[in-house]
Design a protein. Structure first.
Length: 398
């Protein structure tokens, strides 16, 4: 009982529950959602700080999972051919390194002789651009020289420290080596590790965890393979357009387009801008406009036809969400964050969606089962609340 209830002339004091219940429902809803938003934001900020502190390790783990999902079909085919797990993992990694190394050597051999010619063409293109600016805009040669000098000084002042640059190179090399080692063990023992985790769970959580894990892994595999296919098609299309338009260094620009395809929206835009700028500096505005038209055409075909066809329904993220995720990943971890942010978001979304659908189906099944119990005929004098089969039925099932 309330302490003030028995005192004459004194009204009972309202407790926290009464005060909360007395608030209007919009206020209660706003307070609840604000508190949830603060908790989620604090958790994400803490995870971001930990990721920044452990940036090489976080990038290595993300790259390992991405490459493992990409190489998983190769590993499965090798295992079906009775190849041991360790040898199959090693052959998969060697295949990946061979493709990357062969592509790099091929591009270098085909384009090394073009760098000298490109330097001369760039000088001529920059001079033509300079003449166009000074003749078409109210800008003098002295003002343009002053602007170029300010930009050059700004770039030189923002150049990284040699010691910090060497340390960054060492961190990148260590992260690459760590990713390769982790990739080998994940390909070799990944499934046994996952089964070990599932054996530690009991009851319905095991089934839910297994289903969510399968959905997340399928999403990561679909994203990695689909992104690689789309990036390759973009690189081939834009590369062919550059070859037809006689733009120098078409193969390196196609390679930049391929790498930019792994950063949705932003990567393709930056790669296309680089190709247009090279075409402008080397061959003039007409070739640059034709290159821009080719880039826009390829990207429209990729966005409206190839991406829905290749990705299908495995990766369901709105373009606005992709832009926010890529920007956040870039702010947190730079270029590496831009690469890994979208697959992480896609996998998390698929896992959360699977958990939600599983709980909804479980709730509907429980509701249907409880509603069907009173209508079922009573075949035995089972105690109240018993929903399982009778003893005779259980003996028959055995």
């Amino acid at each position: 009982m309330d302490d003030d209830a028995g005192i004459p002339g004194r009204a009972p004091t309202a407790g926290p529950r009464q005060t909360w219940a007395g608030l209007p429902w919009p206020v209660r809803t706003a307070v609840t959602w604000s508190a949830c938003l603060l908790v989620v934001t604090a958790g994400l900020w803490l995870l971001g700080q930990i990721a920044v502190m452990l940036a090489p390790l976080a990038v290595a783990l993300a790259g390992t999972l991405f490459l493992a999902a990409l190489l998983d079909p190769v590993l499965v085919r090798l295992r079906r051919l009775r190849v041991p797990a360790g040898l199959a993992a090693l052959l998969s990694i060697l295949l990946l390194l061979g493709i990357l190394g062969g592509a790099g050597v091929l591009v270098w051999n085909l384009t090394a002789s073009q760098f000298g010619e490109l330097s001369q063409q760039l000088d001529e293109g920059l001079q033509r651009t300079r003449d166009f600016v000074t003749s078409s805009l109210p800008v003098t040669d002295q003002q343009l020289d002053r602007l170029v000098e300010q930009i050059r000084q700004g770039l030189s002042s923002g150049a990284p420290d040699p010691v910090a640059g060497a340390r960054k190179v060492a961190e990148v090399a260590g992260a690459v080596l760590l990713a390769l080692v982790l990739l080998f063990f994940l390909l070799k023992d990944g499934r046994s590790m996952w089964h070990w985790v599932l054996r530690r769970l009991t009851g319905p959580r095991r089934e839910l965890t297994a289903e969510a894990g399968r959905a997340g892994w399928r999403t990561l595999g679909a994203y990695s393979r689909g992104t690689m296919i789309i990036a390759a098609i973009d690189a081939i299309g834009i590369g062919l357009a550059l070859v037809v338009l006689r733009v120098p260094l078409a193969l390196p620009l196609a390679l930049i387009t391929f790498l930019g395809g792994f950063v949705p929206i932003i990567g393709a835009t930056v790669a296309g801008a680089v190709a247009v700028l090279v075409a402008l500096a080397a061959n003039g505005p007409t070739t640059a406009l034709l290159t821009l038209a080719a880039v826009i055409a390829v990207q429209q075909i990729e966005g409206n036809l190839l991406e829905p066809l290749v990705m299908r329904r495995q990766v369901q993220l709105h373009p606005a969400v992709i832009l926010v995720v890529v920007t956040a990943g870039t702010l947190v971890a730079g270029v590496a964050g831009a690469f890994v942010s979208v697959p992480i978001a896609a996998v998390l979304w698929r896992v959360l969606d699977t958990v939600q659908r599983h709980r909804a189906e479980t709730g509907r099944a429980a509701g249907t089962g409880s509603a069907a119990i009173p209508a079922a005929p009573r075949r035995s004098a089972a105690p109240p609340g018993r929903t399982g089969p009778s003893k005779r039925q259980a003996d028959g099932l055995r």
